[in-house]
Design a binder for this molecule. Structure first.
Ligand SMILES: Cc1cc2nc3c(=O)[nH]c(=O)nc-3n(C[C@H](O)[C@H](O)[C@H](O)COP(=O)(O)OP(=O)(O)OC[C@H]3O[C@@H](n4cnc5c(N)ncnc54)[C@H](O)[C@@H]3O)c2cc1C
Length: 279
């Protein structure tokens, strides 16, 4: 049933300890069975994870996988971004996830590039077509957007500035994704828009995070998760059913791939891929 060309990718955050780096290596070795198009590594706004992101990215390249560092511009100068782009280029990196990021609390200086479209433009100006540039998309709209229409137009700005493809914020409502893609297509946006998939391991953590990033957990799901209390097995089983069903529907309706927010774990992502017969 699934499209043979479904492009899979997996996202990690840079661990804080050497032990975490080793564990992540083992996780990647397991996820390699998915033959992912790339492994991406998040980047703390203001450059807070600059070296750790680079370290993991270089590790991934050494293992023979394509690595895509995230790069957020808020709180940074053009010079610092130029230097980092040079390091990525020298390391043979060909793909970047270009973001604005969120200003860490206590940091007042927004930096020289205020929005992701300015970063995309800067990367293109500095490095031409060297990098495949991914940008973020928000099927349920970015939490700070003044209106859905403005958010959509701001998404298009990133595409017009030179983005090659987009990865969405996670969502559990396939209609939101389909609506967003339809609206983007109506504006003339033709780049692939890959759904970001968040497997559900812990409901309480997911609920906290979703409130801050503006992703909705539909009421029917929330109520059911809440009814399980501390029953981790039931939460995991229901989460797997829901997320697999979501992926199935997205792929059947033409989504060009899936980007997994792995949270540096392999088990749930692999189980979903196995159920989708993607392994
Ligand atoms: C796939 C993915 C990966 C992510 N990885 C990271 C990461 O590694 N590190 C990290 O810190 N965060 C990451 N984030 C979170 C992201 O940084 C935040 O959601 C951030 O608030 C917005 O970043 P953006 O690139 O989408 O911003 P933008 O596209 O710049 O949009 C931000 C807001 O500003 C508005 N806007 C955009 N352009 C303009 C403009 N020109 N004029 C006026 N308003 C405008 C938009 O409508 C939106 O409300 C990621 C998000 C996603 C979906």
């Amino acid at each position: 049933m699934q499209n043979m060309k479904t492009e899979l990718s997996c996202e990690f955050f840079p661990p804080q300890t050497a032990e975490g780096v080793d564990k992540l290596r083992a996780v990647r070795a397991k996820l390699a069975v998915l033959k992912p198009g790339f492994f991406s590594v998040t980047y703390g706004a203001g450059g807070s994870t600059r070296d750790r992101t680079l370290e993991v990215v270089l590790d991934i390249q050494r293992e023979g996988h394509a690595a895509a560092p995230h790069l957020s511009c808020i709180g940074s100068t053009r010079d610092s971004i130029r230097a980092l782009l040079g390091e990525f280029k020298a390391a043979g990196i060909r793909r970047i996830v270009a973001l604005r990021g969120d200003l860490p609390s206590g940091m007042a200086d927004v930096g020289e590039l205020r929005y992701a479209n300015e970063l995309v433009e800067f990367i293109r100006k500095e490095t031409g077509d060297h990098f495949h540039i991914e940008v973020a998309a928000y099927p349920e709209w970015h939490p700070q957007a003044r209106s859905p229409r403005e958010d959509l137009l701001n998404f298009k700005r990133k595409v017009d500035a030179g983005a090659d493809s987009a990865i969405t914020q996670y969502f559990y409502n396939a209609d939101a994704y389909e609506h967003f893609v339809g609206e983007a297509r109506a504006l003339g946006v033709t780049i692939p828009i890959i759904p970001g998939i968040m497997p559900i391991g812990s409901f309480s953590k997911l609920a906290r995070f979703s409130d801050s990033c503006g992703a909705e957990i539909p009421r029917w799901m929330r109520r059911k998760f809440e009814s399980y209390g501390d029953d981790a097995d039931s939460i995991r089983a229901f989460g797997l059913d829901v997320v697999t069903g979501l992926c199935q529907r997205l792929l059947e309706r033409g989504a060009p791939g899936l980007h997994f927010y792995t949270l540096n774990q392999s088990v749930l992502t692999l189980e979903i891929a196995r159920r989708l017969k993607l392994i």
